[in-house]
Design a protein around this ligand. Structure first.
Ligand code: AMP
Length: 420
């Protein structure tokens, strides 16, 4: 193999998930699906790639994600396909395609998988990253918004990440609501065009709400005095938002009103929210979501309201790093020496595994001392020592690695003692 071939690296903005970090990551993915299932959200898997139109029409061509970040390619059949940059449009596409919305509503679904966006990589921002999320379709009650928001915050807390919840309502696409507001925002922005950062000027007419997302200092200063959507909600959207806040209060879910929170994808309507965590630097949003009552229609389907969230697994993993070291450990490390060591050790490890316990052992012929070192490094609570004397007597010395206490037990009692 040439030098060049040997120095292959993962593509820019991607990374290999290796142990032990992969254990924390796996824990988050599993926990998410378990916690979501307890609220009635059942697993859905959609393809990693979709027809490009699903995102162009669903997420919106004026959005940053569709306009600048998609991995789009033409396959051998001349079809334009795109690696999914987000999970909501594909899930809604699947619901419509399979008529899931013709059964009992709401349709409640959960997903966990990789997403792809060609962004400038930095800590917490990658070109392949993972999201876990839920979608609830077919019901527009404020109580559903609150079920979803509480579920997201609780899962993050269960995963070891305490977050601040930012909340807003961005109204719905209607001349009496967001439509009127956008006209007012546009005329304000036009009056301040010269003060905006150059890159943001083209947004004024194309996608004025996005100017709230700008990180450019000049634009941020202009946006401080901009009119905010919550002062312009129509009476229906206002009532919906009032109820969301009141139900969150009922459940003791704290939130901070953030009238400048607009979220990056075009399909959002009414409730918009984001979960913010400390310790993540500039990429401090671990996730967010909102209502998307017009999305199904944009995809050519029946009108179907919906709400959901997507949480970034990579960022959750970074935020909980210090809590992660207990993940994925075996319960017992079997230390076996002597002529019959491997045979006896493999038998004991297998018995423990068959009883549902985590067990590992040395199959590389290390000395007793070397194996004890492996036992400590494995993070196991117990070392099960099989020396020649123990093997001959059908016994095992169990050493509690946290206290260094030892006890000798018959082989057939090991499982019972370890299960405690
Ligand atoms: P969004 O789909 O843009 O609303 O993003 C929801 C969450 O996904 C964000 O809060 C992040 O935690 C995560 N996320 C989005 N883009 C990236 C990325 N490029 N790299 C890592 N995580 C991301």
């Amino acid at each position: 193999m040439s030098e060049e071939e040997r120095s292959f690296r993962a593509p820019r903005g991607t990374y290999d998930l290796l142990p032990p970090a992969s254990l924390g990551w796996q824990h988050i993915m599993r926990l998410a699906m378990d916690v979501f299932a307890l609220s009635g959200y059942r697993a859905v898997e959609t393809p990693i790639f979709e027809h490009t139109e699903v995102f162009e029409r669903g997420v919106g061509e004026a959005s940053e994600v569709v306009g600048k970040q998609m991995y789009t390619f033409t396959d051998r059949g001349e079809r334009s396909l795109t690696l999914r940059p987000e999970g909501t449009a594909p899930v809604v596409r699947a619901v419509l395609e399979h008529n899931l919305h013709k059964a009992a509503l709401p349709v409640k679904l959960a997903y966990a998988g990789p997403m792809f966006r060609q962004e400038r990589p930095q800590k917490g921002r990658y070109r392949q990253f993972w999201q876990v999320g839920v979608e609830a379709l077919g019901v527009d009650a404020a109580a559903l918004d609150v079920e979803v928001i509480e579920l997201g915050k609780r899962f993050l807390s269960d995963a070891g990440v305490e977050t601040e919840l930012l909340l807003n309502s961005i109204g719905h696409v209607d001349p009496t609501c967001r439509g009127a507001y956008l006209e007012e925002l546009k005329s304000y922005l036009r009056s301040r065009t010269d003060d905006l950062a150059e890159d943001d000027r083209e947004r004024v007419d194309k996608n004025p709400l996005r100017t709230f997302d700008s990180k450019e200092r000049a634009t941020v200063a202009v946006m401080k005095d901009a009119p905010v959507i919550t002062d312009h909600l129509c009476s229906d959207c206002d009532a919906h938002f009032t109820e969301v806040r009141s139900l969150l209060d009922d459940l003791d879910v704290d939130f901070t009103l953030e009238p400048r929170l607009v979220r990056g994808l075009d399909y959002y309507t009414r409730t918009a929210f984001e979960f913010i965590a400390g310790g993540l630097g500039s990429q401090n949003a671990v996730g967010g979501g909102g209502r998307y009552d017009g999305l199904a229609e944009s995809l050519g389907g029946d009108p179907l309201p919906g709400i959901g969230f997507a949480l970034g697994v990579d960022r959750i993993a970074i935020a909980r790093e210090e809590n992660a070291e207990t993940d994925g450990k075996v319960d017992v490390y079997v230390v076996a020496v002597g002529d019959d060591g491997v045979r006896a050790g493999l038998k004991l490890a297998t018995a423990l595994r068959r009883a549902g316990l985590g067990a590992d052992l040395d199959l590389a012929g290390r000395s007793m001392k070397g194996q004890m070192k492996q036992a400590s490094a494995s993070g196991a609570r117990w070392a099960a020592i099989l020396g020649e004397r123990e093997i001959a007597g059908g016994r095992v010395t169990l050493k509690d690695l946290s206290t260094a206490e030892q006890l000798e037990v018959p082989l057939d009692r090991v499982v019972e003692v370890v299960q405690g």
